[in-house]
Design a protein around this ligand. Structure first.
Ligand SMILES: C[S@@+](CC[C@H](N)C(=O)[O-])C[C@H]1O[C@@H](n2cnc3c(N)ncnc32)[C@H](O)[C@@H]1O
Length: 328
């Protein structure tokens, strides 16, 4: 199975549970770091020992971000420890233990402050996306919220015990950082029978700015980079976006078997007045994939939506579809 927009590796993880070899590609370093961890195995104790060893051996980090945002986001001591872990993992992160440790730290980097023991390293923040500095500083100062000196190792330990409690099958799989539009990206891979993916929704350009703190931990700048990154599909117009997606379908077809299936979950966002399914259909013009079935997935308004935590009456979710195609 191949996923050319694997994000955090949901489809690769599902393939792993089914014992199916898989390959994932994504152009976001955060997505790739998290997806790699979904395919790795290690005992929780080894992860904690690895983190402890890094902190015990570490000297003063070579660089520690400064400024009001950083002073309010993390306690001074926590920030030093995060920088020590960051520098060690930037130096070497090829073993399963380190891949999992890195993902656990990325997951704990920012989030809410619970009433009991802290489960994130940061001052009060959203969990899924990183707070923008100006907004966050205003939020924390008006509420007089200071960051706690959290026990970094204990947070890592609790998370490692939770996420690695079960032993999962080791299945041949890999995840790579790359641009799925680039010709031959998939050419030297074994032929797959299935492609299962969820491409970016048209207009949704914030994947990387929303992850700026996690990007920093992975070696990026200590500020938000708003310019559209090179490796992401271009959102300049619906036609351009469909053409870019079409390039990915063509590329991925080159490493599938005859009669292979492509399954896509697709939807849209509110600030674009374009029917998501029209974009998807356009992306298949002149392609060797033929749409066989499209099915609206059960209304996401029925389930739990994160939007409800912030807005009393969030807009109705745009219907998502599962689209099934066959290679001709
Ligand atoms: C809707 S998300 C995928 C969500 C994924 N199913 C998950 O569970 O996390 C779309 C992904 O496409 C990636 N992406 C955008 N343009 C890309 C490109 N040209 N090549 C590879 N990945 C790309 C984004 O970085 C993003 O992670």
């Amino acid at each position: 199975m191949i996923d050319p927009f694997c994000g955090r590796g949901t489809t690769n993880f599902a393939a792993r549970l089914l014992g199916m070899p898989s390959m994932g590609m994504d152009s976001s370093p955060v997505a790739v770091a998290l997806a790699k961890a979904k395919l790795a195995s290690a005992k929780p104790g080894r992860l904690v020992a690895s983190a402890k060893a890094i902190l015990n051996a570490a000297k003063e980090p070579t660089s520690v971000p400064s400024g009001e945002f950083w002073r309010l986001a993390y306690h001074e001591h926590t920030l030093i420890q995060l920088c020590q872990l960051r520098e060690a993992l930037l130096g070497e992160c090829s073993s399963s233990t380190r891949i999992l440790l890195r993902a656990i730290i990325l997951g704990a980097l920012h989030g809410p402050r619970p009433k009991g023991r802290p489960s994130y390293f940061s001052n009060q923040s959203p969990r899924t996306f990183a707070p923008k500095p100006n907004y966050a500083v205003k939020f924390w100062t008006t509420r007089d919220m200071c960051p706690e000196d959290v026990d970094v190792l204990s947070i890592i330990k609790t998370r490692a015990n939770r996420y690695l409690a079960e032993t999962l099958p080791d299945v041949e799989s890999k995840v790579e950082l790359g641009d799925s539009r680039v010709a031959d990206t998939f050419s030297d891979m074994p032929k797959a029978r299935f492609v299962v993916t969820s491409p970016p929704y048209f207009g949704m350009r914030t994947y990387l700015p929303d992850q700026w703190l996690r990007l920093w931990f992975l070696g990026g700048p200590d500020y938000v980079e708003y310019s559209q990154p090179e490796g992401q599909l271009k959102h300049s117009s619906a036609d351009c976006f469909a053409a870019e997606m079409g390039r990915v379908w063509k590329n991925v077809a080159s490493c599938t078997t005859a009669g292979a299936r492509l399954v896509i979950r697709y939807g849209g966002i509110h600030d674009r007045a374009v029917e998501p399914m029209d974009i998807l259909k356009k992306s298949f013009v002149d392609s060797c994939w033929k749409i066989v079935t499209a099915r609206a997935i059960p209304d996401s308004d029925c389930g739990r939506r994160q939007a409800r935590q912030f807005q009393a009456e969030p807009k109705k979710a745009i219907a998502e579809h599962d689209v099934y195609c066959r290679r001709t």
